[in-house]
Design a protein around this ligand. Sequence first.
Ligand SMILES: C[S@@+](CC[C@H](N)C(=O)[O-])C[C@H]1O[C@@H](n2cnc3c(N)ncnc32)[C@H](O)[C@@H]1O
Length: 589
Amino acid sequence: MIVVKSKHQSNFENDYIFDLILSFSKDYKVVTTEEFLNLDKDTQVRSKILIVYSPGDKKIFSEVDNFIKNISGKYSLIHLSDETLTDPLDHYEDADIILRSYFNPKIKYSNCFTIPVGFQNGYQDSVKHHLEKKYIWSFLGQIYSTRKNMLNNMSYFKPSFLHITEKFMSGKSIPSLEAKKIYKDTIFAPCPFGFINPDTFRVMEVLESGCIPIVKKMLFVDYNKYIFGDHPFIVINDWNKINKTIDYYISNPIELEKKQKEVSEWYEVFKIELSKDIENIFSNNIKNLKSRQFSYQKQKSLNLIRSVIFYYWFDLKKKYYFVKIQKKLKNIKNILKVYKFLFFQKTNFFRNFLLSPENFDFLSGLSKNNNSDLVDLLKNIQNLENSRLNYYSTKPFNSQKKREEIISSILISYKPSTIVETGTFLGSTTEYFSNYCPKVKSVEISQLYYLVSLARLEKYENVELINDESSSFLTKMEFNDEKYFFYLDSHWDEYLPLKAELEQILNLKNFIVCIDDFKVEDEQNWGFDTYGDIELSIDNFKLLKDKPIYFPSYSLSSETGGKKGSIFLSSEGSAEEVLKSQKNLKKYN
Ligand SMILES: C[S@@+](CC[C@H](N)C(=O)[O-])C[C@H]1O[C@@H](n2cnc3c(N)ncnc32)[C@H](O)[C@@H]1O
């Protein structure tokens, strides 16, 4: 057999294709289309041709299309990468055998069989897995759509390993060998859908490493049975339901061990049967296939329901493109907003500076009190590294690791429906909040910082930035009885909105507040702010005293970054219970 690949075809599935799918054939040769056509005519005619290709890529499609027109004999196909089920199927009609990844019930060719998308190079593993693991769960990859909800639900369970990347195979991805080590030390691996399709490389990658995959149904259908047959994965309808299942296994070590063994043993058999069946398929012996997924794929009885669900699901991809276009339009709108500000807004420093240098006099007369952002920019225009804009690299919460730990623990147990931050500045803390809540609102008085943050955070769909004065924004906000988390940090210049902010918040039914830069009532030297004569302390904000108050209880030396003080308060009841359960906070009143 000669395996033919386009010169544009990627190689990252090679281990999977050659070592597993084609393992039955010992004497195949891999060539490019060009190399094949340079072989002598006799070899060309006598050889069985297997084309491995991703025809969704136009360059690959036309190269393979030309190739097929130039050969005289039959060919078989391994069709990869059709995640959205929209690739052209022009070459199926004349093919001998077709193996494809991603199940598409609309394809009726009896010689077409769906195989898993497989794993990327480097994940293959033949070593027996140990059952003692370091992490309850691990996830390495991108976070989009329902994956946020998945993480929110999984984050209850510690220890875990989480590595978020922005793109598939981005430079920041953990290399496969290292990722494999992490998975090998992991019990459960949530395997969410790709952008649209439930099958992803992750499923077999984690199976190779001995994890238990957790997969979600596609509407009411367990898509994985069309790929893996009668598999033992954990299948859920909704990521919100995962806690109960994991709790069950964590508290029943015997059941957990049973499940781990069941998955590993099943997977070994699955691979053996799959490669045997592929051998049978290529020998035209398709009557005796053992892999259940192939009979599910050909099943006639449930065809209608299944087709309706598939149609509905993959039709959503149109909606997905629609959503993508909407997102692009939003990006363009934000960019135009920034341009408009830079070039057309008459009161804008940049525009005035560019158009009329005399205006410099006006600018230098700006008061630090009401234009501190522009004054800072102007003063450092020659070297922005010295300006406040350089704080973009500051980590959330003034780079205070301990504070971050407390707030993440509060957010995980409190699960607010909305987080409100006052004082966005350059959005570092806002970005952090975006991982913890479906709705994050952050208000910033400076138009400059608002625009910088808008550009930095435009990719976070759950973040809304508002250019307004914080207390006036809170007056306009419509609150209800849901849970709110407030991070009050809009203090810098002369006007201190804290009292006005608190007046809007303290009457709410369910809230937790953290105020940054607040004087901690203990013997340690926490930093805190003073405005004029007013220091941010309990004595100056008596209205706080009616609510349960908590201060950091840990040693200042274990804090990093700005080492600023903070105060936490809440409504009574369940919100207070959350503060009470924090080991790094102590009650004040
Ligand atoms: C200390 S910074 C906020 C830092 C940010 N929360 C973080 O953690 O990265 C304070 C911000 O509050 C803004 N600010 C000051 N007074 C404000 C007000 N009354 N309303 C809204 N924002 C205000 C300032 O312009 C500044 O960007």
